[in-house]
Write a protein that binds this ligand. Sequence first.
Ligand code: AMP
Length: 173
Amino acid sequence: MSASDTITRLVRDIADFPEPGVLFKDITPLLADAAGFAEVVEALAEPYRGQVDVVLGIEARGFILAAPVALALGVGFVPVRKPGKLPHETTEISYDLEYGSETLQLHTDAIGAGSRVLVVDDVLATGGTARAAVDLVERAGGTIAAVAVLMELSFLPGREVLGDVPLHVLHTF
Ligand code: AMP
């Protein structure tokens, strides 16, 4: 069984959540399955063994995946969070969503100059969130090894929004 098959089997579609017209990819059945969870964490981490200095997770579902990926790679974990959550000095970036905008913050001392960073999230959709995380890392002097996600929604422009950034996708819808 491949990680792609496991995602097909254990990620659940929820129609019209959190708003009408969105088909939400619910990863909670995958997280609840010990073998499936371990398989996708290993598949996210495996290409980057010895290649990265830190794994960055995007609030909130990104945290659940990025922390075990960091442990699997033997490197540290760094959170990117919504405004007002990180207690120390932060740098921030705002980006447009379909309706309205979003802001993400990173601790200014979280990424060392020249650090090789793996960005982890659950879903790549429009790409705005991953792009914002990449820009925060680069602004902090880090180098992006890749953006790694469980799922890419290929009918949305996430891949184009990331441009030259290497992308590691376990399953494409
Ligand atoms: P994006 O549009 O790529 O910026 O995605 C925004 C955030 O929402 C990402 O962190 C994704 O994890 C999440 N997301 C976007 N679309 C979906 C979806 N259809 N199902 C579950 N999560 C989603």
